[in-house]
Design a protein around this ligand. Structure first.
Ligand SMILES: O=C(O)C1=C[C@@H](OP(=O)(O)O)[C@@H](O)[C@H](O)C1
Ligand SMILES: C=C(OP(=O)(O)O)C(=O)O
Length: 467
């Protein structure tokens, strides 16, 4: 589906969608438990894939309060989760069953990594696959780690990519893994390790990128009563994942959230587009307000400071969970995205609108996402008239040389590229057509409706024409 975005001014209040990262973990943790309710979950294409996996392992995920609250669907289905504001999860109590069918992780890297480690606990074989994008992403280090721990963990094409074949059961042990490809491997091993007999010690062979995502895992595990600890070179405990040399999770633990339920906070990666849109296009003298922005372990909350550093007036009431932003003339910044890869598209889009140079450093791992987001943003922003320079580990957007004008851009079948281009389109002269806009369904299903409510001039085009 194409959308046409015309330069426009925004005002008003939007609500951030719930966090994708927390929702994946909460659904799987509830699956590892005897059962739990997940309040205010994100229901999107990616989190439905995790719900399907929980069902496939013998659990069930269904809207809470729905008649019977039982999944009435086949084991590998996500059922009809609708837009439920709570999900009732029946767990498989630490022992995933052998799925009846292949698990389709669709477009979701988090699902594939977390579910691969869960599959290694089952007494039998699980097959996992996904869409073309997911089948091109690296799984090798996780497969090697599970293999070293004694599980069967193979890529059918022997290229470290899905389809994957995983067989257990895994008892636990000590294993080495690189930290600079994906933090999701560590998250996967910690979540599964808690229900092994022996526990798992993870030694990092390279420094951890995307470390705040492991902090999200540690925070959620603690809320489910599960202990896991980052450690330094000497094996001494650390407060957080930053700078960790490894992680330790004792086995034989039980997942159980206090009060039987877990509430998902708002998503700061999604907030980055709303905040960016406000900074670029709020009506002069007016604010764009974003609700659902309570502090949590999310590294992507850094977008608040980044937008401020670029010159926008931002007021974050942490207790109320509300951010207000006013438009300003933005200037370029230098940002290290080692901890915050998902912010790269947003920062690049803001850099194209800003005056001066925006340097986005430490971004090699951003090439391993739904698409190579470094190249994707460099090329698509150029179509809008921006100048960019791409190095392996750095993306530079030369804002002062940019005079953005509407054009047809390709969302690359990647939700974050689509949303970031929509932010840039707000400042481009005339109308920008974004191809593949439906992919926002991966993390922010109501994105275009939400920004239209704030005043973005947006028209959808499907087979029936413009709407
Ligand atoms: O664990 C998570 O929820 C995620 C971790 C990050 O991936 P990497 O650890 O692969 O960088 C991030 O990019 C992804 O969107 C979500
Ligand atoms: C990379 C992302 O997610 P995943 O790794 O789960 O596909 C993302 O949401 O930007």
């Amino acid at each position: 589906m194409d959308v046409h975005v015309t330069r426009s001014e925004l005002r008003g209040t939007a609500r951030a969608p719930p966090s994708k990262s927390y929702t994946h973990r909460a659904l799987l943790a509830a699956g590892y438990s005897g059962g739990a309710t997940v309040e205010s979950p994100l229901i999107s294409a990616d989190t439905r894939a995790t719900a399907r996996a929980v069902n496939a392992f013998g659990g069930s995920v269904a809207p809470a309060g729905a008649a019977g609250s039982e999944s009435t669907t086949e084991g590998d289905s996500d059922g009809d989760l609708g837009d439920a504001d709570a999900l009732a999860v029946d767990g498989f109590a630490g022992r995933p069953g052998v799925p009846d069918d292949v698990i389709d992780c669709a477009n979701s890297g988090t699902t594939m990594r977390l579910v691969t480690a869960a599959a290694a606990l089952a007494d039998g074989v699980t097959v996992l696959t996904g869409d073309g994008s997911l089948r091109s992403r690296p799984q090798g280090p996780l497969l090697d780690a599970l293999g070293d721990l004694g599980a069967r963990a193979e890529s059918t094409r022997a290229n470290g990519r899905a389809p994957l074949v995983v067989g257990g059961p895994l008892a636990g042990g000590e294993v080495a893994i690189p930290g600079d490809v994906s933090s999701q491997y560590v998250t996967a091993l910690l979540m599964a390790g808690a229900v092994t007999d022996e526990g798992i010690e993870v030694d990092l062979t390279t420094a951890l990128k995307s470390a705040p995502y492991v902090d999200i895992t540690l925070e959620l595990l603690a809320d489910f009563g599960v202990e896991a600890t980052p450690v330094d070179e000497a094996g001494d405990p650390l407060d957080g994942a930053a700078g960790a040399a490894g992680f330790s999770v004792p086995g034989g633990q039980t997942y159980e959230p206090a009060g039987g339920s877990y509430a998902v906070p708002g998503d700061f990666s999604s907030i980055s587009y709303l905040l960016g849109a406000g900074a670029v296009a709020a009506e002069p003298g007016e604010t764009v307000r974003i609700e659902g922005a309570r502090p949590s372990a999310q590294g992507d909350a850094a977008i608040v400071e980044i937008v401020e550093e670029m010159g926008a007036a931002v007021d974050w009431d942490r207790e109320a969970g509300e951010i207000a932003v006013e438009r300003a003339a933005l200037s370029g910044v230098t940002v290290d995205v080692g901890d915050t890869p998902d912010l790269l598209p947003t920062i690049a889009a803001l850099g194209a609108v800003a005056d001066g140079e925006t340097r986005i450093e430490n971004c090699e791992h951003v090439r391993y996402k739904e698409t190579d987001r470094v190249s994707a943003m460099a090329e698509e922003l150029e179509r809008l008239g921006a100048e960019t320079t791409e190095e392996e580990d750095v993306l530079t957007v030369h804002g002062s040389e940019s005079d953005l004008r509407g054009a047809t851009v390709d969302g690359r079948a990647d939700h974050r590229i689509v949303m970031a281009l929509a932010v840039a389109a707000l400042a481009a002269e005339g109308t920008t057509t974004i191809r593949g806009a439906e992919h926002v369904d991966v993390s922010f299903p109501g994105f275009f409706e939400t920004v239209a409510d704030l005043g973005m001039a947006v028209e959808h085009e499907n087979a029936q024409g413009r709407q």
